[in-house]
Design a protein around this ligand. Structure first.
Ligand SMILES: [Zn+2]
Length: 337
């Protein structure tokens, strides 16, 4: 879904999209300026219109504004684009789109961190900075996946208000939730031993040519952890429900110093959350960092596992694996006067 050109030709980012559907940040500023002008114009029309004509015109203008703002919110990260790292939001224009590691904006996305900041700062960021206190609104995302909670922020339309005067804009987006806390994310839908490629580099069991070599049934991944990381993060290995029910899937964790080949090292998957903190603390007792290997053995086509590092100062509602994956969601913006 892209922002429509209105009758005045205001804000048409289609020309800014490259072949990968990425909107480049250097082109934002002019669009932004025009965009804010458009809001101002619509609000001014509303202000100067008498009450009788108001309803029809107001509604039409509010609809136009709502659809454009909805498109704006999910295609633009805001100004500045990394405002979610700020503590004060005066002068911030909040967009909600995700900027990836290369600072490219992913369109039709909602950044979980940005959306969560609206919970505490809606009045300043949305009511004041975006709508200039002329329009009331609420913003929500409703994940398709029922294991993940919806997030609703903003004002609640009062019971007495006429719902026919509430404009609703609904879009389909991807929300990252807490997926940026995942060190490794494995799904048997995408990862098989065959498509991993050069397994020798990914599994320490294959280097020594022993008979414990990990073949077709294994998905093996390496990752590095530093001793100092343990001071800041808690580590958990998460599995989905389908994997927990499957008695024939199991996992092994080891490192370059100590290869796990004992049968005691093989762990059945019996619960959704495995606390790895004491394991890492023990293994890193005498080293400042180590390369670890997670070996997953499964024939289950619905297998999913995520290894997460959760900052100790972060409050987490749930350690359900689905919170650490990108989720398809409905994005709903409601506005009214
Ligand atoms: Zn392996």
């Amino acid at each position: 879904m892209r922002i429509k050109r209105n009758s005045k030709g205001i804000l048409d980012p289609r020309g800014l999209l490259d072949s990968r559907g990425i909107l480049f940040s250097s082109d934002y500023l002019l669009g932004f300026f025009l965009f804010i002008l458009a809001i101002g114009m619509i609000i001014n029309i509303t202000d100067s219109t008498n009450d009788r004509v108001l309803n029809a015109l107001e509604k039409e203008n509010l609809e136009k504004l709502t659809y454009e703002i909805a498109d704006y919110l999910i295609t633009d990260p805001g100004t500045p684009s990394d405002w979610e790292k700020f503590t004060f939001f005066n002068g911030v224009l909040p967009g909600l789109a995700i900027n990836n590691k290369n600072n490219e904006t992913l369109i039709n996305t909602v950044s979980y961190n940005k959306l969560k900041l609206l919970e505490e700062n809606y009045d300043l960021l949305i009511n004041k900075n975006l709508f200039n206190e002329k329009i009331k609104s609420s913003i929500a995302i409703y994940p398709f996946n029922s294991n993940v909670k919806a997030i609703e922020v903003g004002e609640i339309a009062s019971g007495s208000s006429d719902t026919s005067n509430i404009i609703v804009s609904n879009r389909t987006v991807k929300c990252d939730y807490l997926s940026n806390l995942a060190i490794l994310s494995v799904s048997s839908r995408y990862d098989t031993a065959k498509n991993i490629g050069d397994k020798g580099k990914l599994c320490n069991h294959n280097i020594i040519g022993k008979k414990e070599e990990h073949g077709e049934d294994w998905i093996c991944r390496e990752f590095k952890i530093k001793k100092t990381d343990l001071e800041d993060n808690n580590y958990y290995l998460l599995f989905n429900d389908e994997t927990i029910k499957d008695m024939n899937s199991y996992w092994v964790l080891d490192n370059t110093k100590k290869i796990a080949i004992d049968s005691n090292d093989i762990n059945p998957i019996s619960r959704g959350v495995v606390d790895l903190n004491s394991y890492f603390a023990k293994e890193l007792e005498e080293d400042s960092s180590l390369i670890f290997y997670l070996h997953l053995n499964t024939k289950n086509s619905g297998f999913e596992s995520v290894l997460v590092a959760i900052p100790k100062d972060m409050k987490i509602d749930s350690l359900n694996i689905d919170y650490f994956k990108v989720q398809d969601c409905y994005f709903v913006l409601k506005t009214w006067y």
